[in-house]
Design a protein around this ligand. Structure first.
Ligand code: ZN
Length: 681
């Protein structure tokens, strides 16, 4: 659960750090906009300066990062691949009138399916519906050659249409991908594909609970890399590995990894890649732990990557991991900042406002760096985190530390794409706050990501005997709350100025203001009217902001003020706000360390889920007028291997011209090895 997403908001930060003027002036960060989505493009500064070997390595790892795309589609929902392929077949072969609204809506639907890696919204987890009519869909399917459709064996086109139509058009069927409603069965009511039919949450908890040996200090992440099904009434795991489920895609990933292994920068990195290959070959979760340990230890390589079944946000019970990948290389200049933070990790741990019983006596191996992302794949594409802290295994983090990264070329692209969009003028209270944000926003935002990833997740410890899964469906939101609070608390500490991380004692106010504005108001643009907050990071930000608003009310610390019928956040006392952040951090750490499920449930349900419908409507209306979209994702650059006559690679060329549709269609052609149905329902 260690991944940070962009703080919603298109907040404009003019003084973006690490900015290279000149070359990027003509760079088009905005690609296109449709439905509630905007597609952006990121740059990969510094790629040209890498050695040929490093470029080659990035190239192979990037290929490996694209090969798992189908896995994610299938993990998200059992009909995703069939639906995507059907829509693509129509898009490429339809001979009818393409000027109709129905056709236009079908294309938008396809673009949304690409964006969310399936038919459920990547943010709300809810199924979105096609804007075209079912009759048009049926007509379009029938109009193309049946051999282009992903029919099952012996299936007629009519039966195929009859099967998919309710799946796509009926809002009550497979309505939500990850159901976190505490009043329903989380497994039965989630549309994801991690579990077979007729399995209950209680059965899953028991199945994996029985595997856990309370005396095992180094447990594997049970259930992480398999689909759990019932066979003859018995629960059985279908493991994702070579020779197992998703084998065709994993074989291709491994082929690229083998090429990468040959050009590894050093023996450590070679070992990392080898161990990952062995894990993919065996599906053995002990191998996965071994891989994570060597991966954490590989701190000297310039290049790095993530590739595998990593994050468990897609499973309401947090066992199953979605497939994701990133390849990247270190931003040497910006990494100096994170090195200052990690070399002072113990100071931060010691000065955290949490109870000493929950603190680490010795903070191990916090290695932090700022990276330049070279490719996004799987669950990191096209929506991406802006920071990552891995591995997720608690005991590995405790014994070996973790690696934390800030993805600065991505945040940079967000900021550049948002310039001049009118957001700050509309939502920020006054010029004072706008000035603060303009002056210090970029600096404090970067620092917050660093602190969140590099120290926040790594701080604190569980009391002996407390299960890391004790908080169940509230675990992820509480964990993100903890990391955010840690970052917010220390951003305002004079130590950050002493260490040269910030250049002014008031700088932190920019982040405090942005955070409260986002948590109380502007992140609501990502939610549809009438809906509640489901996404983990949105929940944690709402939790913090609403708790501070309530607890600070008697001292008027933060208030919501109306001006000309519009609501604004006003912060009256920044210092008291920091005190409250400290208090909440202490409580959240206690909840985590003691595994206090009841308290976690109370905080999340009270502060993090509900939405004020009147304020929500107002924010949506104001946002709409700016013609901005609430969700954003990226297209990748294209890498091309240049070869000499003998077939040796002489260079890797990078280009930024590929469009969104072009890229998605190419990926569906070049990196698509799985059958449309990977099991018998
Ligand atoms: Zn996080």
């Amino acid at each position: 659960m260690k991944k940070i997403l962009m703080l919603m908001t298109a907040t404009v930060l003019l003084s973006c750090s690490g900015e290279k003027k000149g070359k990027e002036d003509n760079f088009n960060f905005r690609v296109e906009q449709f439905a509630d989505l905007q597609i952006l493009r990121y740059q990969v500064p510094g790629f040209e300066e890498l050695s040929l070997k490093q470029k080659e390595l990035i190239y192979y790892l990037s290929q490996a990062a694209l090969e798992g795309r189908d896995i994610l589609f299938d993990q998200n929902f059992k009909y995703n691949l069939a639906i995507r392929r059907t829509l693509e077949a129509i898009y490429e072969n339809y001979q009818g009138d393409k000027s109709t609204e129905d056709y236009n809506q079908l294309v938008i639907y396809l673009k949304r399916v690409w964006f969310s890696n399936g038919i459920h919204h990547s943010n709300s987890e809810e199924k979105f519906l096609p804007g075209c009519s079912p009759a048009f869909f049926a007509e379009a399917v029938k109009s193309i050659d049946a051999s282009l459709l992903p029919l099952e064996e012996g299936e007629t086109v009519e039966a195929f249409i009859e099967k998919l139509t309710p799946v796509m058009f009926d809002p009550s069927l497979y309505a939500i991908k990850v159901n976190q409603d505490p009043n329903v069965d989380a497994i039965k009511n989630s549309a994801n594909n991690y579990y077979g039919e007729n399995i209950t949450a209680a059965e899953v908890k028991k199945f994996y609970g029985d595997m856990l040996d309370p005396n095992d200090a180094t447990p594997v992440s049970y259930g992480l890399n398999s689909r759990l099904i019932k066979e003859d009434g018995k629960l059985v795991e279908k493991v994702w590995k070579i020779g197992g489920l998703y084998s065709p895609a994993i074989e291709r990933i491994v082929n690229w990894l083998k090429l990468a292994e040959n050009v590894a920068e050093n023996d450590k990195q070679k070992q990392v890649i080898q161990t990952l290959i062995e894990y993919y070959q065996t599906g053995d979760l002990k191998k996965f732990d071994a891989y994570n340990i060597v991966w954490v230890q590989d701190t000297l390589s310039r290049t790095d990557f993530v590739n595998g079944f990593v994050e468990t946000y897609g499973d309401p019970l947090g066992f199953k991991a979605s497939w994701e990948a990133i390849s990247n290389f270190k931003d040497l200049e910006a990494t100096k900042r994170t090195e200052i933070i990690s070399s002072n990790a113990q100071w931060f741990e010691d000065h955290s406002p949490t109870d000493s019983r929950f603190k680490k006596d010795k903070v191990t191996g916090v290695s932090a760096k700022v990276i330049t992302v070279a490719i996004l794949g799987g669950d990191c594409y096209p929506t991406t985190p802006i920071g990552i802290n891995l591995p997720n295994s608690n005991w590995i983090r405790k014994d070996y530390g973790s690696k934390s990264v800030t993805m600065q070329n991505i945040t940079h692209a967000y900021f550049k794409a948002a310039e001049g969009n009118g957001f700050n003028e509309e939502f920020v209270w006054s010029d004072t706050e706008r000035e603060l944000i303009k002056k210090y926003g970029a600096m404090t935002s970067d620092l917050n990501i660093d602190l969140h990833e590099c120290l926040g997740h790594g701080s604190g410890q569980l009391l002996p005997g407390v299960s890391p899964d004790a908080l169940e469906i509230y675990g992820a939101a509480i964990e993100e709350t903890r990391a955010d609070l840690f970052a917010l608390y220390f951003t305002a500490d004079p130590k950050t100025v002493q260490l040269g991380l910030l250049n002014n004692d008031d700088a932190y106010k920019a982040e405090y203001y942005r955070f409260m504005m986002n948590g109380l108001m502007t992140q609501l643009v990502r939610i549809e009217p009438g809906k509640t907050i489901q996404q983990t990071h949105m929940r944690n930000r709402a939790l913090i902001a609403h708790w501070i608003l309530e607890k600070g009310a008697k001292d008027n610390v933060v208030e919501l003020v109306k001006r000309d019928g519009k609501t604004f956040v006003v912060i009256n006392d920044y210092e008291k706000m920091r005190t409250l952040i400290g208090e909440l951090l202490a409580e959240i750490q206690r909840i985590k360390s003691e595994g206090d499920f009841k308290a976690a449930q109370h905080l999340v349900e009270t502060y993090a889920v509900q939405v004020d419908p009147v304020l929500h409507r107002e924010i949506l209306d104001r946002y709409e007028k700016l013609n901005l979209t609430p969700h954003r994702g990226f297209v990748n650059p294209v890498y091309e291997a240049v070869k000499d006559k003998k077939g040796n690679i002489t260079n890797i060329k990078i280009s930024y011209t590929e469009g969104y549709t072009e890229q998605m269609l190419r990926y569906s052609k070049d990196y698509s090895s799985l059958p449309s149905y990977n099991f018998k329902p």
